[in-house]
Design a protein around this ligand. Structure first.
Ligand SMILES: NC(=O)C1=CN([C@@H]2O[C@H](COP(=O)(O)OP(=O)(O)OC[C@H]3O[C@@H](n4cnc5c(N)ncnc54)[C@H](OP(=O)(O)O)[C@@H]3O)[C@@H](O)[C@H]2O)C=CC1
Ligand SMILES: CC(=O)C(=O)O
Ligand SMILES: [Mg+2]
Length: 780
């Protein structure tokens, strides 16, 4: 590293450290769990963490004939003729086996195949949760390497990849090497390479922050097993000098001439030295890698390390030393552990889901060094970027900022799914191991984000359209930090110009304190009080409100002092294309402000529609914002608006008019109102599918709907019109909180100009989504 920049980084490091009170710096950040909680978690409901669900309908005789005999014979023959067709007709292309014999379960030691099952199930669900890779755990009850290899090799046709886990050294090296030779799918021992990739990513950033370079930094790795050996191999391949890397195990330093407890993998890293113990090795060292066991690093050893030591105590579940213990001795360390409840979690969970995702998507034959380095570099780069609210939320609202306490992204960072697999896939293609290269990497990146979060696929189309036709969006609450972040994100994503409304000095102060850079192109600040358009805006408002009890003075005041009125008037008069507000004011107040300025589109009714994404299914619910107790005509109007909205979102509407009853049973006044609304739609001869009244389960479940053969819906409803605001609001909020659904909205539909209102205290990611939706509604 260049010496000036090294000095600068050192300075930044010192400043960051001095701003950080020691307590805060090393305290546990996440929830810690009690043993009882851990047992309850695993036993509640169905024991374990995994279930298997079919992806094809299995409801009728025909389904059975297709899925099983006789239909299944056709793909069987196709695969027999051409094995690559297995990727088209079976789960193989997206299925990874997590396989262990339980000989090195975390840092708990050899507790056997069965005891390893909770960890392996855990890895399998993480594959799914983070990267939409289907995964199954297999515990193989043998310590014999040949038997293990034979077992896995014979299982090969079932899977697209093999993730070996928690197999002790040195057998793990033999097993992995043999399987890599025998199999034509990626075989990856996660404790070796997954760990090495994440540790290297963290190390790259820790070196950067402390102004060190790879050639002269001295590293000591305690633990000469699967993880330790793989880590130092990758460290050396990146440029560390072999003589600067000392490996230790239970017998101390692995030095030339040592015979006790050695094997060929350790010997490859033996150094010429007279240091014999871990304490000797650490004296003056820059970096400690702990891949050994709880408590292996003592405070005295930490004390003897160089200035600004880098300490990665990665043993699980308990690290070699705790961050609290380190903080007692010195305040200049960069500290990481393998746990999620401290800052800087260096854990292979950050890697394996995404590395396999990238490898599977190009049908890689293997996971090679180029792919590993690409993953590490992509991870390191990500930590240096500004983080979105979702990450702050995962850390109880603390927004991590690149520095000693944030050298590596957290597992819940939503950007990982698009960043890492792309880097891995690209490296696989470049290094010639991809059997199915990806031609359009931009498209692939978009598809990746959709894999993790169903919201993304719906929003993707919207973002793409806005990017092609960028819009000027006014952010009415420009002085709020999360609004500024949203505006920056809007501009960065090339969606158009973000206009922040507020006092310039105030906005700039807040931005400076929050570390938000507003100097980039695409961001404008407008102070309503100083705007030259105020006169015109006040005239416009007076024209609208003079017969509603407002004096000209009142209108001037609203324009000068109230940002919602000013912003809405900007949109009404074409100075901005769309508006977003709501962070500081409750929904109905903000809506009243907007309605004073903007009417419903002629012939339309303003409603709120929420988009609910649940278990791969998207349903639009209306009216979730405006009408409290709609009468029959209003319910019919809501259905029409919701149908328009569904079409704009790309869905052909099938509307269920919901009630607590289904087609007259049980009878009741509220249901009659819905029946009446259906008759009104009949008279209007609308051009979409609708029927009702019906209960929500009938609307959504095809089997239940079949009991009403006269029902006019051709399939399960994708738009649910609720009988009243309370049922709409209660059901969407329950779906969000209990059902694990993602709910976007309420979105305002039917206004003459595009305005969206977010919920109070919305996060920056919600605000930017709403801004994009508003911009999308602004059309061509
Ligand atoms: N944070 C992460 O993502 C990961 C962390 N790990 C952690 O790393 C550790 C090792 O795992 P793994 O490599 O798979 O296991 P292995 O069984 O393959 O290797 C363990 C190694 O640690 C050494 N060791 C054990 N106790 C001590 C001690 N007190 N002092 C010095 N050396 C010791 C052993 O020495 P010897 O050779 O003399 O027996 C051996 O070399 C575990 O705690 C595990 O949880 C592993 C993978 C990922
Ligand atoms: C994280 C992990 O794989 C381990 O500790 O073994
Ligand atoms: Mg492991």
């Amino acid at each position: 590293m260049h010496s000036t920049s090294a000095k600068l980084h050192k300075k930044a490091f010192r400043e960051d450290q001095t701003h950080m009170p020691d307590k805060e710096k090393n305290e546990r950040q996440g929830p810690s769990v009690s043993p009882q909680e851990a047992l309850d978690f695993h036993s509640m409901g169905r024991p374990g963490k995994l279930e298997i669900t079919p992806t094809k309908p299995m409801a009728t005789q025909r389904d059975l004939s297709l899925a099983y005999s006789p239909g299944v014979a056709v793909p069987v023959q196709a695969i027999a003729e051409d094995p690559s067709r297995a990727f088209d007709y079976t789960t193989r292309g997206n299925l990874v086996a997590v396989i262990s014999n339980g000989t090195a379960i975390l840092g708990l030691g050899n507790l056997g195949a069965l005891a390893s099952k909770p960890v392996m199930e855990g890895k399998a669900v993480l594959f799914k949760r983070f990267a939409d890779v289907d995964s199954i755990d297999l515990e193989v009850d043998t310590e014999d390497a040949d038997a293990f290899v034979n077992c896995v090799k014979l299982l090969g046709p079932s899977f697209g990849g093999i993730n070996l886990e928690d197999i002790k050294a040195p057998e793990c090296f033999i097993i992995e090497q043999q399987l890599r030779e025998l199999m034509d799918i990626p075989v990856f021992h996660d404790d070796q390479h997954g760990t090495a990739i994440i540790a290297i990513a963290g190390l790259i950033n820790a070196l950067h922050l402390t102004g060190r370079d790879m050639q002269s930094t001295r590293l000591v790795c305690n633990g000469a097993g699967a993880a330790g050996i793989a880590c130092i191999e990758l460290v050396k391949s990146l440029g560390f000098r072999p003589e600067n890397v000392i490996l230790c195990d239970t017998k101390g330093v692995v030095h030339k001439g040592r015979t006790e407890g050695m094997n060929q993998w350790k010997s490859a890293h033996a150094v010429e030295t007279d240091r014999r113990t871990l304490a000797d090795a650490l004296d003056g060292a820059d970096v400690f890698f702990g891949l050994s066991a709880k408590g292996a690093l003592t405070p005295a050893m930490v004390k003897s390390m160089a200035k600004n030591p880098i300490i990665f105590a990665m043993a699980n579940p308990d690290p070699e030393i705790t961050p609290e213990e380190v903080a007692e001795i010195r305040t200049d360390a960069i500290m990481a552990t393998g746990r999620s409840d401290y800052p800087n979690q260096v854990n292979n969970v950050l890697g394996f889901p995404y590395i396999f995702r990238g490898a599977l998507d190009v049908r890689a034959t293997t996971i090679n060094d180029a792919m590993k380095v690409a993953a590490a570099q992509a991870l390191a780069d990500l930590a240096r970027q500004d983080v979105p609210d979702d990450v702050a939320a995962a850390y109880q609202g603390n927004r991590p900022k690149y520095g000693p306490n944030y050298i590596i992204p957290v597992p819940f960072d939503p950007r990982l799914i698009s960043a890492i697999p792309v880097a891995v896939a690209q490296a696989a293609m470049d290094s010639g191991v991809a059997r199915k290269p990806i031609l359009d990497l931009d498209k692939y990146t978009n598809e990746l984000s959709a894999r993790r979060d169903p919201i993304a696929s719906t929003l993707q189309r919207i973002y793409d359209r806005v990017r092609r036709q960028p819009k000027r969006v006014v952010f009415a609450e420009g002085e709020e930090e999360q609004v500024m972040r949203a505006a920056v994100s809007y501009a960065n994503q090339k969606l158009g110009t973000a206009i922040l409304l507020g006092r310039e000095e105030q906005i700039k102060d807040t931005a400076r304190n929050a570390g938000v850079d507003l100097s980039k192109p695409g961001i404008e600040i407008i102070n309503a009080r100083l705007s030259r358009r105020n006169g015109i805006y006040a005239d416009y408002l007076y024209e609208r409100l003079q017969r509603k009890g407002y004096l000209f003075r009142d209108c001037q005041r609203l324009i000068n002092n109230d940002r919602n009125h000013f912003a809405a008037t900007m949109v009404a008069l074409g100075d901005a294309d769309a508006m977003v507000t709501g962070v500081t004011r409750n929904y109905s107040t903000a809506l009243d402000d907007v309605r004073r300025v903007i009417d419903a589109r002629p012939g339309h009714r303003v409603i709120g529609a929420s988009v609910v994404l649940a278990r791969g299914r998207t349903v639009i619910v209306a009216d979730t914002a405006v009408h409290d107790m709609p009468d029959a005509h209003q319910i019919a109007d809501i259905a029409e608006e919701a149908a328009n909205f569904a079409r704009r979102m790309g869905y052909e509407p099938r509307i269920a008019m919901l009630a607590y009853s289904t087609f007259g049973h049980p009878p009741g006044e509220r249901s009659e109102r819905v029946q009446e609304a259906v008759k009104i739609l009949d008279k209007r001869r609308v051009d979409f599918e609708y029927d009702g009244e019906m209960a929500a389960d009938v609307a959504l479940n095809p089997r239940l709907m079949q009991q009403y053969p006269f029902c006019r819906l051709s399939g399960p409803a994708n738009v649910l019109v609720m009988p009243a605001f309370h049922s709409a609001s209660i059901s969407t909020k329950m779906l969000q909180e209990l059902g694990g659904s993602t709910v976007i909205g309420p979105l305002l539909v039917g206004l003459n100009k595009p305005v969206q209102i977010v919920s109070l205290n919305a996060k920056d990611s919600d605000i930017v989504n709403m801004a994009a939706i508003a911009a999308y509604s602004a059309g061509a």
